[in-house]
Design a protein around this ligand. Structure first.
Ligand code: SAM
Ligand code: SF4
Length: 465
């Protein structure tokens, strides 16, 4: 029995054997090397060195991420770094800490660096009330300058948004909103502890458009408890009605051994891999009908969206937040667990709120983990990026750019790719490695062929199907 769909206008058939074979625990490759490879003997000195190097290139714009971890209640499916608190003063205290961190990092730059991207992620950034949000963005603007074309985005939970908050964000220079929807069915919503009437989403998307937000994204998840074709069709139809600019359709990462609250979701309420792939392809069919482009892995966009345009022009890139049109920007992360990517190194801040706050308010940096990339890491990272963004690696170009013999350098990955090629996931020619339409559904498996550290992440990754 085959599951059928159409990708990039090509009919695709997925056999159950293929699903069984490729349903492996694998990274999502938002970074390479992936987080389990990073280590904790990276020091603040390394971070200082990276910031000093970065400050010596003042003309290059950068990207900034601020983690706002607070939520009022935990959704049972959540895999984000979240702190549950109903106390508003806890947020004020956290903003004191983030302000201190901004001041410490800002002091490395003789003049305000230009920001091409600002992303407030969470947790629930819009859990902040308007004065708290204003305070945060005023602090950011003390040390960084917004480019005219800045992409300034906020992850928003529709249950915590209202007209006043949306207007406030717009006034502060935020121009993109991403709403967490997940699924609109009441049975599914109960099972994931995320009861949220769809009217709320409709209202807020309408309000965001009215206030002139340039882009609205909707997050959905497939593979949640009790999802089935009929229920899922209702969610997809509802999303079609609001016609967002972009849709992120995440594969439910169910990792009860890492997140205790996932144990509230009974394994037998979850769709099996075959059913999950059916839900995914059902969504692809719907998005085809809506004339959206399949950007890659879990992202879809209207044909006129800049991500679609960038994909057609082979100018797509990928970072921790997903697909983007901006290449190679250094990223500075602020807040508890926040990740940075500066001058060839990854850094991650402390996980514990108390120690993060104590460290940054005493004027220190809160780095707890990180990684200095080698030349070989950069090379493999660029190949993985090409697969995710262009579905293609031009071997001759890699040889010219990196001064190497592709066949000799990548004998092991090529052997793995031969196997994937027999299953129709990649097309191999002397010049190119190309992911087929079918292979686009198994992008993590294809990328994993180039991952030198795969064994080090055991137990840390969710299933690829
Ligand atoms: C920080 S939340 C978005 C903002 C807000 N907290 C909300 O939930 O609406 C980021 C997104 O990650 C996705 N997500 C969280 N946990 C996930 C999991 N276990 N598997 C797949 N996607 C997940 C959800 O789609 C969620 O909207
Ligand atoms: S999904 Fe969003 S609202 Fe729910 S717990 Fe996670 S971060 Fe908070």
């Amino acid at each position: 029995m085959f599951i059928k769909t159409t990708i990039d206008g090509e009919p695709v058939q997925i056999s159950s054997e293929l699903l069984v074979k490729y349903d492996q625990a694998l990274p999502r490759y938002t970074s390479y090397p992936t987080a389990p490879v990073w280590h904790d003997n990276i020091t603040d000195d390394e971070y200082r060195k990276a910031l000093t190097e970065r400050a010596a290139r003042p003309a290059a714009p950068m990207s900034l991420y601020i983690h706002l971890p607070f939520c009022s209640e935990r959704c049972a499916f959540c895999a984000c770094n979240v702190i549950i608190s109903k106390k508003r003063h806890v947020i004020d205290q956290y903003l004191d800490a983030v302000s201190a961190e901004l001041a410490t990092v800002g002091a490395f730059f003789p003049s305000k660096p230009l920001l091409a991207q600002l992303h407030l992620g969470g947790g629930t950034p819009n859990y902040l009330d308007p004065p708290q949000m204003e305070r945060l963005l005023t602090e950011v603007k003390k040390y960084f300058l917004f480019e005219d074309t800045i992409e300034a985005s906020v992850e928003a939970d529709p249950r915590w948004t209202n007209t006043e908050k949306i207007a406030g964000l717009r006034t502060l220079g935020i121009n993109r909103l991403s709403f967490g929807v997940q699924d609109i069915d009441p049975v599914v919503q109960q099972a994931i502890n995320r009861v949220q009437p769809f009217e709320l989403v409709q209202e807020q998307v309408r309000e965001a458009r009215r206030q002139g937000f340039e882009s609205v994204n909707i997050d959905l998840i497939y593979g949640l408890p009790f999802q089935n074709a009929e229920r899922w069709a209702k969610t997809l139809n509802a999303v079609a009605e609001i016609n967002p600019d972009r849709i992120a359709l995440f594969n439910f990462a169910y990792v009860p051994w890492l997140h205790v609250h996932h144990q509230k979701i009974a394994a037998d309420s979850l769709p099996m891999p075959q059913e999950k792939m059916r839900l995914f392809t059902q969504a692809i069919d719907k998005f085809n009908e809506m004339k959206y482009d399949f950007i890659g892995m879990d992202h879809f966009a209207r044909k006129t969206d800049e991500l679609s345009v960038a994909r057609r022009e082979q100018k797509l890139h990928r970072n921790f937040q997903g697909y983007t049109t901006r290449a190679g920007l250094d990223l500075i992360g602020f807040g508890v667990t926040a990740i940075g990517d500066i001058a060839g190194r990854f850094f991650q801040n402390e996980r514990k709120l108390v120690s993060y706050e104590r460290t940054v308010t005493s004027g220190k940096l809160a780095t707890s983990k990180g990684y200095v990339r080698t030349r070989n890491d950069e090379l493999r990272r660029s190949l993985i990026m090409q697969l995710f963004c262009h579905q293609k690696i031009d071997k001759r170009r890699v040889e010219a750019d990196w001064k190497l013999d592709f066949a000799r350098e990548f004998a092991v990955p090529m052997e793995k790719l031969q196997n994937l090629s027999r299953d129709g996931l990649v097309r191999l020619t002397p010049e190119c490695i190309e992911i087929t339409a079918l292979g686009r559904l198994f992008i993590r498996n294809v990328a994993a062929a180039f991952d030198q550290y795969l064994g080090q992440g055991e137990g840390k990754f969710s299933r690829a199907v």
